[in-house]
Design a binder for this molecule. Sequence first.
Ligand SMILES: *[C@@H]1O[C@H](CO)[C@@H](O)[C@H](O)[C@H]1NC(C)=O
Ligand SMILES: *[C@@H]1O[C@H](CO)[C@@H](O)[C@H](O)[C@H]1NC(C)=O
Ligand SMILES: *[C@@H]1O[C@H](CO)[C@@H](O)[C@H](O)[C@H]1NC(C)=O
Length: 593
Amino acid sequence: MKSRFSLATFSLAAGLANAALPLPNPPWMPPPVSFGTQRSSQRSTSSQQPNAQWSTLVGDLLYFYEAQRSGNLPSTNRVSWRNSSATSDGADLGLDLTGGYYDAGDYIKCTYPMSWAMTSICWGAIDYGQGYDQANQTPYLDDMLRWGLDWLIKECRSAHPDPNTLVVQVGDGNVDNDYWGGDQGIASPRPSFVINATHPGTDAASSVAAAFAACSALYGSSTPLASGSTPASLRDPAYAQTLLTHANQLFSFATNTPFQTYQTDVPAVADVYASSGYASDVVLASLFLSLAGNSSSFFNLAGSYYSDFSMSITDTTLNWDDKSPAIPVLFTQLLTQRQDISGGSQDDLDTWRGRAERFFDRILDGKSRGYLTEGGLLFYDGDSNDASLNPALNIAMIMLRYAPLASSSQKTSDYEAFAKGQLDYALGKNPMNVPYVVGVNPNSPLNPHSAAASGGDDIGDIDSSPVDTLNVIYGAVLGGPDPHDRFYDIRSDWPETEVALDYNAPMLTLAAMGVSKFSDDPYYTSLEDGAYASVKPSGTPCDEAFPCEDGLSRGATIAIAVVITPVGLVLIGFLARSFMLRRAQRAKNKSIV
Ligand SMILES: *[C@@H]1O[C@H](CO)[C@@H](O)[C@H](O)[C@H]1NC(C)=O
Ligand SMILES: *[C@@H]1O[C@H](CO)[C@@H](O)[C@H](O)[C@H]1NC(C)=O
Ligand SMILES: *[C@@H]1O[C@H](CO)[C@@H](O)[C@H](O)[C@H]1NC(C)=O
């Protein structure tokens, strides 16, 4: 016990020693929307590498995370309209849990989806990290990651000598959902919810272990994980070691206590991000631990867990809840790029490639649960009914990463074309002519569901108080269009307009790939000014924020019935409150479909 405590204390001290990269002075700031209309071919430096448009997009996407910061903001804060906030988080447990990031358009901090966002970003910065370097955004990547990782370290260690403790949420979903306003009046109380040895959560503990391990690998080694790129230039061996220590401890907590989802014993999180399982979290954490520690035993353990859990990845999607489709892709990367860890057996490679390609081919052949909307967006009933872009972008992210490792050149080009098509869709090549990123083009959405950005404080009149959004939350990826490719740009319409940590993550990796890999600009540079205005639908959408008689998907209809009954709301009441139950429904849709 004592030695474990000393080790943790030592690592924490090492981690907080500030070895962060210096930030540019003057700081990089997002350019005005007009910049996003300049095609590279129209600029004097036409064949400019790196591509300035992709580089700027990387900068914007990172800037979004800065706008989501909680706690005491540093002097380097670039988001002038944000203030220090929630500065007594953790006080209920006698802990300092200040810092970290607000999850979405409101003010709670959610460990489980946030740790997936961190995992995904660190993975992308390992295999396509050169894009951050070329875009001169690596210091901001470093700053962004440390803001999240240092908070996760507090969550599992702050004043806790017991390695079997992890804070899984700060803020009560129901209290928080009754508040709409700025960062100075955030609703309280803000209770902290924990898992521990007697009330474990295999999914949350493994997911945070995966984030620590993936980011440890990024900080610890410059060995490539993709041919033709290198990790972002972030080496900090002491920090890498701190992260690895925490990853190991959390993983042993996850796998030496009874296996169960974290909401089993902490029901409060079920109102926010209930998870449907832990298998993919455990396997992904083992794989990233193998990468971070150069450990073939963790690599073999990942394979054993995959079999023990009888996992199958034919028809799942990829999001904060389920990471299964990422698993064969990372296995393939390790088997081809890191034979020192994986052994590189041809049999294993055939197996994992086969699994990856079956998953991708089913999507391409139209045989998966996901289908293409008329406008071409990969859509999963239930998973895509709010935040439709998220499953599509997550799958595009792993497909593009996998493409060069495919078993034939035909597959390589098919995967590249499909994945790039999803990215193009998200960046404006869609029936609405909308790039679903705030502030990158004149056709970008104007009404993100972000309380802080909106400038409003009237929960009864989110849409017109104020009419015009006060603060541009540059770089925020929004939920996305409905199943008919329609987008209404209504602030209270959280399924389409909310912002979130995990929505930005896959776009960030894709944009980093774009900096050095894509020959063309982001699609939005070719949109005419007013292209969205000319096709924008009138009226209101037909979704969980604006339920309507016909056209509501079956998944959504059932979810409403399920939500209303236990909560005891009548339908009228539900209409007004619907956005407040956003995440709960997200989870419920998921478990119903
Ligand atoms: C930050 O504080 C200023 C001054 O009190 C306030 O006007 C502004 O609305 C705050 N920002 C947010 C996002 O609440
Ligand atoms: C363990 O976690 C449960 C569930 O969150 C909590 O009620 C309990 O107080 C925790 N135990 C300790 C010793 O912190
Ligand atoms: C793992 O191996 C890589 C490449 O050989 C090396 O750069 C890195 O420092 C090693 N990491 C650890 C934790 O041993």
